[in-house]
Design a protein around this ligand. Structure first.
Ligand code: GLP
Length: 237
């Protein structure tokens, strides 16, 4: 794992935006994997600025988000579809039909997962994937104990994840219990990955991910085996 140590959130976001836009400029039809959460927000703002100054276009880009909550639609302020529209898609020229997010309202969730996985395969796998990390080591919503060979699937969120993410909801009880997420094998198929980690609360888990054993108890530890991953962080590792 290559590690880039930065001084703060701004520097991390500038570096991440630079790397993502290099891929978008290099490829005729870039396939992007995208994350939500507080960590990549500034990166998205910078990419929107680049688009607005004419430095970059997303006209031919295809994107797949990592995950979505079960039961929340695009109009729900806590849904990842809402987050992506607000923080990125509405500010750039990606075609709506090319910006994929698992449908948390699907009648058959497993079928939705299978279709999502197939769409990623048909797009030729992810060229560039942006990851954040949960304090328990989850990537996407692959909670501790998830099989390394997992593909897009339905997950039951752990109490700790529900507690941490409840801040995005008006009432704690609005926080969904389940989600759809790309699997760990889907993530590992990406050609290039950046893992953005910021803030002291993530320090213990980041140390484990980089230096600890590769174990399904720490889902992100599988990233040690990825051939092209860069961790960008303000933490000492
Ligand atoms: C969420 C998402 C992850 C995200 C992580 C970190 O639960 N499912 O994809 O990377 O938590 O979020 P944050 O950046 O807000 O710390």
């Amino acid at each position: 794992m290559k590690v880039i140590k930065v001084k703060d959130n701004e520097t991390m976001s500038v570096k991440a935006a630079e790397m993502l836009s290099a891929t978008v400029k290099r490829l005729a039809k870039p396939v992007l994997g995208l994350a939500t959460g507080s960590t990549p927000k500034r990166m998205y703002e910078l990419l929107i600025e680049q688009y607005k100054t004419g430095d970059i276009t997303f006209a031919e880009a295809i994107s797949f988000n990592l995950d979505e909550y079960v039961g929340l639609g695009p109009n729900h302020i806590g849904s990842y579809q809402y987050y992506m529209n607000e923080n990125f898609f509405n500010g750039i020229n990606i075609k709506k039909e090319n910006a994929h997010i698992p449908n948390g309202l699907a009648t058959c969730l497993q079928t939705e997962c299978d279709i999502y996985e197939q769409q990623i395969t048909e797009a030729g796998k992810l060229d560039f994937l942006v990851l954040g990390i949960g304090e328990n080591g989850h990537i996407g919503f692959n909670e501790p104990g998830t099989a390394f060979d997992s593909r897009t699937h339905v997950v039951e969120l752990t109490p700790s994840t529900r507690e941490v993410n409840a801040r995005f909801f008006e009432r704690t009880e609005d926080m969904p219990k389940e989600a759809l997420t790309m699997g760990l094998a889907t993530i590992m198929d990406a050609k290039e990955i950046i893992l953005l980690v910021q803030g002291e609360r993530k320090a213990p888990i980041l140390k484990e991910v980089i230096h600890g054993p590769i174990t399904e108890d720490v889902p992100a530890s599988i990233l040690q085996q990825h051939p092209n991953i860069t961790v960008i962080t303000d933490l000492d590792v």
